[in-house]
Design a protein around this ligand. Structure first.
Ligand code: ADP
Length: 581
């Protein structure tokens, strides 16, 4: 039941809806009490021969009026109560999404995409049911149950009511034990569903690679196992679920047998009328719903609790960097980097050590070096995906930790090598960066990213859909689109992580030159495996095994005759050979 306590903030915020729904439900409960009484009177009237046609019509009209009242109240409580619980799922999904955006890649690594999807859909729905259906069940069950019991005990017969309720303690005990078993099984079932989701998502995402590797049999086995586990876990939940109804029917059946037996004896003794016994058994029938309601509620609460724990587990995952900064705007964009040492948790060797450089606003620094040298790690630190004691990075007059994460994300744009595009139109993908950008601005950024002519060639221009339902973009087009999106965001510090690797060297050169001349305010940190991309940089750092092995401008590095000069010569030769081929 503590799930209701956990959700108290939500209930408090929407107390009006819950009170209104409670009022309407009470209306239904009260109106539902009348028909059994009316029917009892009719029966007594018939037995005594005192009921005429006009009286019968009047009683029938009373029952119809009750039914209409119940219909209207039901319609409105459903709208009010479920309307409120939908808002809870909306809020939860928003929280999940917001947290997703804030989590650093390291923290996110613990949650495969499929698992996250399960939490954002299935689990959220289970919690929503707790705030809607479970609240309904507990309130309506209690209200109807108490009112019906009061009518049975106070208006009809306290003795018969006590006798009829004799089998109830057995039912309460059975339901309680089922509830406990259900919680653990539901937890297992949701976890198994998450795994299945993750496996499905990974297999679909990597389908091409799997075929290329001939790894279909392996994936099929992994998928089969995950599917079997999810199936078995769901079945385990259903087995417990299936025990609720028979327990209730057995209890109610026993109550009926006792009532009719004992009622007949009371009538015989002249202490009860046939009409009263009719009303009593009709009321007993009305007690079936509260019993189901409690069983259903116990079930929903256990599901909601397990689901809530899984959602909280995600929401409570701390982002690797706390958002404790207070400065809401980055004013000055001079970058000063002083990394004495940075290591990833699971490694004994530092990924970066002794990296220092300064980047004046509007300037470019190039970062090159062999794979695994620490280039991406450096960019991740600049974007503040990680914090570490040995890392001091200042933007303007302040350490980057003094800015709010929002301010930092506004100032620093990162374009990764793996471009992320959504199944939407080009325009919508671009608008993610800045929804209020004008058409002119969008076109200007497309021009800067050398994508304007490509877009003009698409069937619907900027409104062309990309992704699964639309055109398939080439790797280079995707990268250029992501660059245009980052430019549109108007960040003042642009981090390019080999983000033009799929574009040919000449186009890359044209794009970087256009950036140089059109975006004077923009500071750039360019990581590239192709040295020509950093040729024009104000300073180039060559990283090797996490440390700066060489540094200087392009001509200076060529003169040094180290890794840079050698790689430059090799790449030039390779380019010539490619042109000749
Ligand atoms: P580069 O971008 O130059 O190829 P990276 O910055 O990706 O190099 O990696 C630098 C070193 O840090 C490598 O040895 C890599 O294995 C390690 N590394 C990168 N990311 C992580 C991570 N998330 N956890 C642990 N080690 C990592």
């Amino acid at each position: 039941m503590d799930i209701f306590w956990t959700l108290r903030g939500f209930f408090r915020a929407h107390w009006r809806s819950y009170c209104l729904a409670g009022g309407l439900l009470s209306g239904v409960a009260v109106l539902a009490l009348l028909p059994p009484l009316i029917i009892g009177r009719v029966v007594d009237g018939i037995v005594a021969g005192t009921l005429d046609a006009a009286g019968l019509r009047l009683h029938a009209l009373g029952i119809v009026a009750c039914a209409c009242g119940i219909y209207v109240c039901r319609y409105f409580w459903r709208r009010t109560l479920y309307g409120a619980s939908y808002l809870l799922s909306l809020e939860l999904r928003r929280d999940i999404y917001r947290h997703l955006l804030q989590l650093s890649p390291a923290a996110l690594a613990g949650f495969p995409a499929g698992d996250l999807m399960a939490r954002a859909t299935n689990d959220v729905q289970a919690v929503e049911m707790t705030a809607g259906e479970a609240v309904l069940s507990i309130f309506d069950g209690l209200m109807t149950g108490l009112l019906v019991l009061a009518m049975m005990a106070l208006v009809l017969s306290p003795t018969l009511t006590l006798l009829a309720l004799a089998p109830w303690p057995f039912m309460s005990w059975a339901m309680w034990s089922l509830g406990t078993a259900l919680h653990t099984r539901f937890d297992t079932s949701q976890a198994a569903f998450s795994t299945l989701n993750a496996v499905t998502q990974e297999s679909v995402g990597g389908l091409r690679a799997l075929r290329g590797l001939g790894a279909e049999a392996h994936t099929e086995r992994v998928f089969g196992e995950a599917s079997d586990a999810a199936n078995a876990a769901s079945l385990a939940v259903s087995r417990i679920d299936a025990r609720y109804d028979p327990i209730i029917y057995l209890t109610v059946g026993a109550s009926f047998v006792i009532s009719v037996g004992a009622g007949a004896w009371l009538i015989d003794a002249g202490r009860f009328t046939v009409g009263q016994l009719t009303s009593f058994t009709l009321y007993l029938g009305q007690l079936v719903w509260p019993m189901f309601a409690f069983g259903w509620m116990a079930n929903l609460v256990q599901r909601g609790k397990a689901a809530w724990e899984r959602i909280r587990e995600f929401l409570d995952t701390p982002s690797a960097v706390p958002d404790t900064g207070t400065l809401a705007r980055v004013e000055d964009h001079r970058l000063e980097v002083h990394i004495s040492s940075f290591d990833y948790p699971a490694r004994d060797q530092p990924a970066l050590r002794d990296v220092r450089f300064t980047l004046e606003a509007g300037r470019t620094v190039g970062v090159v070096g062999p794979t695994g040298a620490g280039k991406s790690t450096l960019l991740a630190l600049l974007a503040r995906f990680y914090d570490a004691p040995g890392v001091r990075i200042r933007l303007g007059q302040h350490d980057i930790r003094e800015y709010t994460l929002d301010a930092l994300r506004d100032a620093v744009g990162c374009v990764p090598q793996e471009s992320v595009l959504f199944s939407a139109s080009l325009r919508e993908n671009l608008a993610l960066a800045r929804p209020d950008a004008s058409e002119d601005e969008v076109l200007q950024m497309l021009r800067l990213a050398s994508l304007e002519s490509d877009v003009a060639g698409f069937p619907a221009g900027l409104d062309t859909e990309v992704g699964e339902r639309g055109v398939t973009l080439s790797g280079g087009q995707r990268q250029r689109l992501c660059l245009a999106r980052a430019l549109l965001a108007e960040c003042r510090l642009l981090l390019l992580d080999d983000s033009l690797s799929a574009v040919d060297a000449e186009t890359e050169h044209a794009i970087l030159a256009a950036l140089e001349s059109h975006t004077r305010h923009l500071s750039r940190v360019i990581v590239s495996h192709r040295l020509s991309a950093v040729q024009a940089a104000d300073e180039i750092l060559v990283l090797r095994e996490g440390a700066v092995a060489e540094r200087g401008t392009h001509p200076e590095l060529l003169a040094q005759g180290g890794w840079y000069a050698e790689t430059w010569r090799y790449q030039q030769l390779a380019a010539v050979a490619e042109r000749l081929a």
